[in-house]
Ligand binder design. Structure first.
Ligand code: TYC
Length: 106
C-alpha cells in the first residue's frame, strides 16, 4: 500500500487535525430557590433524598439558599437535571411547600 492510498489520511491533510467527535454532554446546574414558607428541615430532607447530601452538607447548602437566595445542589446532564427538578417540585407540592427548583446550563 502506497503512502497516498485513499485508505490512509495523508500527513498535513486537514482531516488529520479534526478532533474526535465525541463531545461531553453539557451540564446543567440544579439549584434551590429561597422562599419564606418552606421549612429548613424540609429543605435539608430534599437535599438528602434527591441530591445524596449528608446532613452536614445539606445544612450548609440550605443555609446558603436561605442567606443568598439560591444555591447549587448539583450538576447533571439535561435529562437527569430535568428529572431532579420535577421530583423536587412534585415532592414539595405533595408536602404543601412552595419550594422552587430550577436548572440552568452551567
Ligand atoms: N427561608 C426559609 C425559612 O426561613 C428556609 C428555606 C431555605 C426555604 C432554603 C427554601 O430553598 C430554601 N423557613
Amino acid at each position: 500500500m502506497s503512502n497516498d492510498s485513499p485508505s490512509r489520511i495523508p500527513e498535513g491533510d486537514t482531516l488529520t487535525q479534526v478532533k474526535p467527535k465525541l463531545k461531553k454532554p453539557p451540564l446543567y446546574r440544579v439549584s434551590l430557590l429561597n422562599d419564606d414558607y418552606t421549612t429548613m428541615e424540609f429543605v435539608i430532607q430534599v437535599l438528602q433524598k434527591f441530591f445524596q447530601k449528608s446532613f452536614e452538607e445539606a445544612t450548609q447548602i440550605m443555609l446558603q439558599v436561605h442567606h443568598k437566595g439560591q444555591a447549587a445542589c448539583g450538576f447533571y446532564p439535561f435529562e437527569i437535571a430535568e428529572t431532579k427538578v420535577n421530583q423536587v417540585i412534585s415532592f414539595s407540592r405533595t408536602h404543601e411547600h412552595p419550594l422552587q427548583c430550577i436548572m440552568e446550563e452551567a
